[in-house]
Write a protein that binds this ligand. Structure first.
Ligand SMILES: [Zn+2]
Length: 445
């Protein structure tokens, strides 16, 4: 049997839970939702006020998920406004402040940062959600997990770190280190798992090569990516896997929601939503109506974070949700292709919807490109884009450089039917990111 035909071993965190029939899964969601609503309705000031203003009536009498879907959405704008009105922590707090023990903050790349508090019980729930992520990727007590991250107030890596220790793995923090030192730390301590953003996995591999090291020689066998989408983009995933000689797993999570999704060992091209812990809906981002084909904005409700829950939260993420069976045996719905982009990032260029993630996929198929940027500018009142590709002249001659630029331009033309200016820029021109890469940049002219 060739390596390709070898069946993939499919690990689970809780096989029974992850393979429940859909009716049983919905029953479980409803039971947990009813318990959550009872708690929130009695003491969470934000939701009590919100539901009263919406005329929602007695939410504790809800008997079906359809009834639940009549409650109003929660938006990030509301949460930010609540923290402005009730500084510093706002009122999405089900318990008195002294019950809370964890403070985190969003990166604020798209505006003011949002603060978020957790009780010890809510934190334990986060860790539980992360354990699904690890187990699905086959990570266990025998592993040594390296966290290439600065350990600031961003929640993702703290929760991943604590979950690794609870799993019994050896957790290696990479805070306060530059890329060179991180590479040394992960090699000298025999790290088998690398957790970081997809951008940073590429960056770290590039630094390794500059040091004359082949990252594929390291003992890293699995990479798990959080903090930004990308690891579900086929071109990016393949690039990370080739560079590191490892299997690359996507994960999605949101500070104010939780560790929401994970990729299974079958890797069907996307992530499972952990439906034992979250209720997922997809809506038309313009009208708020349910999207019948499962394509649109993802709306999530977390079922186990009672201290600071969000209900029917508009994530701003564009997705394609499917309940088609997955070869891993899980019944949890999947986001086909992972997070496809932000609702705000979708560009309309000459009448064509352009997803930055599709351009990323095209760019990442070309190993000569170290970094890229999509510039958006106005021409005759219409949005136009140009793609900048950072290619190192020291490693690629002019012929290779021009060939890559032409190939990317042709890829964009084939995918979108658009001719887009594509240009090479010198090494070191474009910014590098450890977290929340911003590669779509609006140029004012
Ligand atoms: Zn699966």
């Amino acid at each position: 049997m060739s390596a390709r035909e070898t069946p993939v071993e499919v690990p689970f965190f809780d096989r029974e839970l992850e393979t429940l029939s859909r009716p049983a899964l919905q029953r479980l969601q409803l039971d947990r939702l009813q318990a959550l609503l009872a708690e929130v309705a009695s003491s969470n000031a934000f939701y009590r006020r919100k539901w009263r203003e919406a005329g929602a009536g007695d939410v504790t009498s809800m008997r079906t998920l359809d009834e639940f879907r009549r409650l109003p959405f929660t938006t990030k704008r509301e949460l930010l406004q609540d923290q402005l009105d009730h500084p510093p922590f706002g009122t999405v707090l089900t318990y008195p402040l002294d019950r809370y023990s964890r403070f985190h903050m969003t990166s604020g790349t798209t505006g003011r940062p949002l603060r978020w508090l957790d009780t010890p019980e809510s934190w334990q729930w986060w860790i539980r959600c992360w354990t699904f992520v690890y187990r699905a990727a086959g990570v266990g007590p025998q592993d040594r997990v390296f966290f290439a991250f600065s350990f600031g107030p961003f929640i993702g890596f703290w929760s991943a770190f604590d979950a690794a220790t609870q799993l019994g793995a050896l957790a290696l923090p990479g805070g306060g280190q530059d890329s060179v030192l991180r590479l040394r730390t992960l090699r000298e301590n025999g790290a088998t798992v690398l957790v970081c953003t997809p951008s940073y996995a590429l960056r770290l591999a590039q630094v390794a090569r500059e040091q004359g090291l082949d990252p594929a020689d390291s003992p890293i066998r699995v990479t798990i990516h959080a903090g930004e989408p990308g690891a579900s983009i086929p071109g990016t995933k393949r690039r990370i896997e080739e560079l590191w000689g490892a299997r690359c797993f996507d994960h999605c999570g949101i500070t104010e929601v939780g560790a929401t999704g994970f990729e299974c060992a079958v890797q069907p091209g996307g992530v499972h939503i952990n439906e034992s812990e979250f209720i997922a809906e997809v809506i038309d981002p313009l009208t708020g109506a349910p999207a019948p084909d499962g394509q649109g904005e993802l709306v999530l409700t977390n079922l186990g974070r009672w201290g600071s829950p969000v209900l029917r939260y508009r994530t701003g993420d564009l997705v394609r949700l499917t309940t088609a069976p997955c070869a891993c045996g899980r019944t949890f719905a999947r986001l086909d292709g992972g997070i496809l982009g932000r609702v705000d990032d979708m560009l309309i260029v000459r009448g064509v919807n352009v997803f930055p993630s599709v351009i990323e996929d095209i760019v990442r198929r070309h190993p000569a490109v170290d970094e890229f940027r999509i510039e958006v500018f106005k021409q005759d009142e219409l949005d136009q884009i140009r793609v900048l590709l950072e290619i190192d002249d020291a490693r690629h001659d002019a012929g290779a450089r021009d060939g890559t630029v032409d190939a990317v331009a042709e890829g964009v033309r084939t995918s979108f039917g658009l001719r887009v200016e594509t240009r090479a820029v010198p090494a070191g021109t474009l910014p590098r990111f450890e977290l929340k890469a911003r590669r779509v940049v609006r140029i004012e002219n």
